[in-house]
Write a protein that binds this ligand. Structure first.
Ligand SMILES: C[S@@+](CC[C@H](N)C(=O)[O-])C[C@H]1O[C@@H](n2cnc3c(N)ncnc32)[C@H](O)[C@@H]1O
Length: 213
């Protein structure tokens, strides 16, 4: 039994998928607003939950394909119910075992990657799914520097990988990405950590030419 899957199957049915959309929505929107999507692009959301980011991106005039994958079948059922555009697609799979032939301009993931059995394996797969020059945007509120969230793994009773910003950068670098980071804070939030630390975004770019070593 996969506890991550069963936990999020429950969340898909008890209103917490919508709560995540509300909790994460503001910072994600703020982050995405700063990215320029000037050329036609394809988009993948890893751990898409109820599909709110997939829908948001599919309404972008330059978006040609917006796919969401999630290992929770119930999340994917919700996402399919909420589908708004024909360029959206929702697939029930984990990132690690997903067999997909295409490549994406952008891969996105919010509060999902640290649930993977192995972040390294998941990240390698994401790297493979990107076109050369493609970018991976990975948002996390759960990181060591943000001490207020450290108890989440205990609270969830799940195996969640807790890393510092420095460690995340190294993990991305080891997977082959050129990496930048950005903190998106919410100064109006009632939560102190949202004002002081906020969401850590790792921005990994797959080099146009991969090094031979
Ligand atoms: C905390 S929720 C975040 C959902 C959504 N990104 C959001 O912000 O509302 C994490 C999601 O990632 C999914 N997930 C966790 N590990 C995964 C994996 N290895 N492959 C695909 N989905 C995964 C879970 O099923 C869950 O729906």
């Amino acid at each position: 039994m996969d506890k991550v899957r069963t936990t999020f199957d429950e969340w898909a049915q008890n209103g917490r998928a919508e709560l995540m959309e509300k909790e994460h929505g503001k910072n994600v929107a703020k982050f995405l607003e700063e990215i320029s999507f000037e050329e036609p692009f394809s988009f993948l959301d890893v751990g898409c939950g109820n599909g709110w980011v997939v829908r948001k991106m599919s309404s972008h005039s330059k978006c040609t394909k917006s796919i969401g994958i999630d290992k929770s079948k119930k999340m994917i059922i919700q996402a399919k119910k909420n589908k708004t555009k024909s360029i959206e697609q929702y697939i029930h799979t984990d990132i690690e075992s997903w067999k997909y032939r295409g490549k994406f301009d952008f891969v996105f993931s919010m509060e999902s990657l640290y649930y993977a059995h192995s972040i390294d394996v998941a990240l390698k797969k994401i790297y493979k799914l990107l076109k050369p020059g493609g970018m991976f945007f990975c948002g996390t509120d759960f990181y060591t520097d943000n001490k207020a969230t450290a108890h989440w793994a205990r609270m969830m009773n799940l195996n969640m990988h807790l890393h510092s910003k420095k460690e995340w950068k190294k993990i991305f670098k080891d997977a082959g990405f050129e990496t930048k980071t950005k903190h998106i804070k919410d100064k109006d939030s009632r939560k102190k950590w949202k004002k002081e630390f906020g969401t850590l975004f790792l921005i990994g770019t797959k080099p146009k030419k991969e090094s031979s070593n």
